[in-house]
Design a protein around this ligand. Structure first.
Ligand SMILES: [Zn+2]
Length: 432
């Protein structure tokens, strides 16, 4: 197979211009795609040139305008919850039911083997689809922290050469006001993780935020919050987080996921919040598939809002916006396959990112790489040849037809594209 050679060219590849660093960019297409040649050598991208400017000196594969992207990045997931749907479904599809089903599943089943095998299943899907880095939130209350973080660490090391993994502690913010919460912050610092939690609108919110920002500062940690995952116009956690960050002069990375309520607030509130978010240098992660599933869910009623935050307005003001998977086949989202291309496709359709596409592809490449502090997401000489070749020439082709037959290249070599069989987990799901 061509893409097994030590040295070869991929010619006439369509690459979004925002992912290239060419001194003289070729004229991009209407959708911002540039036609380039890529030389792959010893597992790395050795050269990127304008198509037709260099005659390939070694074997080459003419892609005839097929799109090539760097391997994608999934910056907000819950791998520890994944694939429990068959034993803990969500019978009415609501957020409250998701919480209670998720909690009872954890209490009943989340021993090391169960967590390990489901987490690994998610990694196998991600890798086959072409994901190279994942940040996962890990339910970290009480004894579960030690079980799940230990499993996480062993998979982080076993998968080191395939997927870069980061863990975020997930508890409600008041947990950090307890001894156990301080111990959790110490544990997160010890394993090189990110301090995180769910912020709820409540009378103690400011105290809770002061507390977690102090813990993060003392330990030099980044922060990653679940913020305003609801349609309540009075839910202002994002604004409060931004104000707290400014007050603490916090200089590490802050990420806020969801921020759904921003979409149902008045223009004055939205403008004020976005201004503060920008000033506090907060990155926003939107989870379009999970939001579409859970927000505005009422039994027997047709939903009429899409659940996603104001990604266009945030991006227009220069706030970094990324999209990610969130949950996968669990009570918070009954579908999903850890495919970041599906996330992007859904984001484009739900949030109207196609008119124009602009640089939106950065929302699943360079922007999440920046959030994770990883030098990934671009197609530039010196980077590893971790690439995806799609059977599509334009965004319309890419996002119209299933891309299950994409070619994933890791360190210059094509990988096995097989997804894990659902039956691998059957014994876990039928245990009582
Ligand atoms: Zn989440």
């Amino acid at each position: 197979m061509m893409v097994e050679a030590e040295s070869y060219w991929l010619t006439n590849a369509h690459v979004p211009s925002c992912l290239l660093n060419l001194a003289h960019l070729p004229q991009p297409s209407r959708e911002g795609l540039c036609l380039v040649n890529l030389k792959i050598s010893q597992g790395n991208i050795e050269q990127v040139t304008i198509a037709n400017s260099i005659k390939p000196d070694v074997a080459y594969l003419d892609l005839q305008q097929q799109i090539v992207l760097p391997c994608l990045i999934d910056v907000h997931t819950h791998l520890d919850k994944g694939h429990i749907w068959e034993r803990s479904p969500n019978p009415d599809g609501t957020f409250d039911m998701a919480l209670s089903q998720g909690n009872s599943d954890r209490e009943k089943y989340w021993q090391p083997e169960d967590v390990y095998r489901r987490l690994e299943f998610g990694l196998k899907c991600s890798y086959a689809h072409g994901t190279q880095a994942i940040r996962t939130h890990i339910d970290s209350s009480g004894k579960q922290a030690n079980i799940s973080l230990e499993v996480f660490q062993s998979l982080q090391s076993a998968w080191r050469d395939k997927i870069t993994l980061q863990a975020v502690s997930l508890v409600s913010l008041d947990y950090y006001q307890t001894q156990a919460g301080v111990a959790l912050a110490d544990k997160i610092a010890e394993i090189g993780g990110i301090l995180g939690g769910v912020g709820w609108q409540n009378p103690d919110l400011e105290t809770q935020l002061d507390n977690i920002f102090t813990l993060a500062k003392e330990r030099n940690l980044d922060l990653d919050f679940h913020t305003d995952e609801n349609g309540d116009p009075n839910s202002l956690c994002l604004q409060k987080i931004a104000q707290t960050a400014i007050k603490h002069d916090f200089s590490n990375q802050i990420t806020c996921g969801h921020c759904c309520s921003l979409a149902v607030q008045s223009a004055d509130v939205v403008n004020k919040t976005i201004e503060l978010v920008k000033q506090a240098k907060i990155a926003v992660v939107s989870l379009p598939m999970c939001n579409l599933y859970l927000q505005d869910r009422q039994q027997g009623k047709t939903p009429h809002w899409r659940g996603v935050t104001r990604v266009q307005e945030l991006q227009q003001q220069g706030v970094p916006v990324a999209f990610a998977s969130d949950n996968c086949r669990d009570p918070f989202f009954g579908f999903g396959d850890h495919d970041v291309l599906e996330v992007f496709e859904q984001a484009v359709r739900i949030a109207h990112l196609d008119a124009p596409y602009g640089d939106w592809i950065t929302s699943v490449t360079t922007t999440p790489a920046g959030i994770m502090n990883l030098p990934l997401g671009k197609i530039i000489p010196g980077n590893a040849a971790d690439l995806i070749i799609f059977p599509a020439r334009y965004f319309s082709e890419l996002l119209a037809r299933s891309q299950h037959n994409r070619i994933v290249i890791r360190q210059g070599k094509q990988i096995n594209p097989d997804l894990p069989d659902y039956r691998e987990l059957d014994d876990l799901l039928t245990r009582s």
